[in-house]
Design a protein around this ligand. Structure first.
Ligand code: FEO
Ligand code: CA
Ligand code: CA
Ligand code: CA
Length: 549
């Protein structure tokens, strides 16, 4: 039986040419097939491709299939309010509709939440690579400009005159950046390791995010470790050193309450957070899935101590502050608790639970959680509740193209501590995509996948056939299950990210990040998207129309 199982698994592995050299994949890691392949009902099994897929492109433009077009909602430098501007390197994008008097959601009016990952000093503060090589320090003004370009942009958009438009001077329009005050809450807040702080100076490194069922937005602070150093792509700030432990958390924001102060939810752990995907367990608790986008780091799940209240949504405001954090063991198909009181190994190696939460990566080593191939986005399939994870690549382990893995909780219960898993799609030349990063499910359970081949590697060597980073649609059922169809190709050097649809699914919002990132000078940038002419390249959020015609 064991041999036969191995044969089945081996044939699956070779058929999908998957994950050669992947850190976590060993035959012993794959055991129970028994709760794979949940039934997907009726309509969804017939999912079809409804656009003519485009070819790979190296052009400095946003290429879309015939019949689709885009408008820019906001781009780097555009106004958000009288004092503040849309930030740089937009990543996560989500739309929160207003609630109408009858309790239904307004499909044409709401708040857009966008986060901004990091500055490119050349375009943000004028600090060039030449300045860096010459050992020049950034001025206070340059550092300030860079701090103001990250964080969150929150603003109202409305569908008027046949398109989505930014609403000027709306009371919801605000920016939160690396100079804003942010509350530290949860199990590590106020601890000795956090220098007894309940407040952090700003937020930085925000990559992807997620929505909560209680109407707030979660944003993941990712590459926090880069900021206090002198890297040319980050700010240097020797006068005002950042407290490293105050970064690398999930930040929760209420976009509908303009006066609310965002909170860093320390009970969710500190690592290179990509995003958060929330589900409610069968017995009513909140489960939050999260990945650490670092080579050989782990996948996490937090389960709240309190039950979700679906009637009084506001009462869930601080529900992410108390609960248990787990990390995935893909060898034994179990979630392992990162709880100092449940694990003697943690007790001997860490001073406190705050110490565990602040140093999740080393705590994962101590409990035997599985090192993975850079977990980016995690999303839950609305058709069956299975959890899709994008492992983008792990070059030192010779996984160059990444894969999308599907995790199925025992009894399909997000509260379960056991699971099975399978590779849903593996990147590579035959598959047509490489380096999956952001994921998004539409209401028909088509998976939208955004590639992130790093800007310096696009079009080169093993990545040559893929050309510019692209957006793919992959059906999760039906005859095209697992096949990638290219929907969009980004301008030069870009990664496209943070996609979501409007409530009627007639418009797709998409983030175009870091055009011209490899530029060495302002006079000869590698991209001039979207304004062209003499303008610098500008990251932007676009609205794509043409769906549902
Ligand atoms: Fe900022 Fe993990 O991508
Ligand atoms: Ca990402
Ligand atoms: Ca996503
Ligand atoms: Ca990435």
């Amino acid at each position: 039986m064991a041999d036969k199982l191995e044969d089945i698994i081996n044939s699956r592995l070779s058929r999908r040419s998957m994950l050669k050299g992947a850190a976590f994949l060993t035959i012993g890691a794959i055991l129970p097939l028994r709760f794979f392949d949940l039934e997907i009902p009726g309509e969804r099994s017939k999912s079809g491709v409804f656009f003519e897929p485009i070819s790979p492109s190296a052009s400095d433009s946003l290429v879309l299939p015939e019949g689709y077009s885009y408008d820019i909602i906001r781009k780097w430098g555009d106004k958000i309010n009288d004092k503040e501007y849309f930030g740089y390197n937009n990543d996560f994008v989500t739309f929160l509709p207003f609630t109408l008097a009858n309790g239904s959601k307004d499909p044409n009016d709401g708040i857009m939440f966008v986060n901004h990952e990091y500055p490119n000093p050349l375009f943000v503060s004028g600090y060039s690579f030449e300045d860096h090589k010459a050992g020049k320090k950034k001025t206070e003004e340059q550092i300030f400009k860079e701090k103001k370009c990250v964080g969150f942009s929150i603003f109202r958009i409305s569908y008027k005159n046949g398109k989505w438009e930014f609403v000027n001077d709306d009371r919801y329009n605000r920016r939160i950046d690396a100079t804003s005050s942010i509350i530290l809450s949860g199990a590590a807040a106020g601890s000795k390791e956090m220098l007894f702080a309940y407040e952090a100076a700003g937020t930085l490194g925000n990559c992807s995010g997620g929505l909560t069922p209680w109407g707030t937005v979660l944003s993941g602070e990712e590459n926090f470790q880069d900021y206090p150093d002198e890297n040319v792509y980050r700010w240097n700030d020797s006068e005002n050193k950042l407290i490293t432990e105050h970064y690398g958390w999930v930040v929760e924001v209420d976009p509908f309450d303009k006066n609310s102060v965002p909170k860093k939810r320390t009970s969710l752990g500190r690592f290179r957070h990509e995003n958060v995907a929330i589900a409610i367990s069968k017995d009513g608790y909140v489960a939050a899935y999260m990945g650490d986008d670092k080579e050989d780091e782990c996948v996490y799940k937090f389960i709240s101590s309190r039950k979700f209240n679906s009637v009084d949504l506001k009462s869930n405001a601080d529900i992410l502050d108390e609960g248990t954090l787990y990390a995935a063991d893909f060898g034994n198909n179990k979630w392992l608790a990162l709880d100092i009181n449940q694990n003697s190994g943690l007790k001997s190696a860490f001073a406190s639970q705050a110490d565990v939460l602040i140093n999740c990566d080393s705590a994962c080593r101590a409990i035997g959680a599985t090192p993975c191939n850079r977990c980016e986005d995690i999303e839950i399939n609305p058709a069956d509740g299975s959890v899709f994870m994008a492992f983008t690549n792990n070059k030192p382990k010779k996984d160059y193209h990444g894969s999308i893995v599907r995790l199925i909780e025992r009894d399909n219960d997000p509260g379960s501590l056991e699971f099975s898993w399978e590779v849903f799609a593996a990147g590579g030349v035959d598959a047509g995509f490489s380096c999956p990063d952001n994921l998004y499910f539409d209401s028909k359970s088509n998976l939208w996948v955004l590639s992130d081949i790093s800007s310096g590697a696009i079009g080169k060597n093993t990545y040559a056939p893929f050309k510019n980073n692209s957006l793919f649609m992959i059906p999760t059922a039906g005859e095209n299950k697992g096949k990638a169809f290219r929907f969009a190709s980004g301008p030069v050097d870009t990664e496209m990210c943070g996609t979501c649809f409007s409530p009627d699914e007639k418009t797709m919002f998409l983030s175009i990040q870091h055009p011209g990132e490899t530029s060495e000078s302002l006079t000869n940038p590698t991209s001039r998207w979207p304004n062209y002419g003499d303008d610098m390249p500008r990251p932007a959020v676009v609205a794509i129309s043409g769906f549902g015609k």
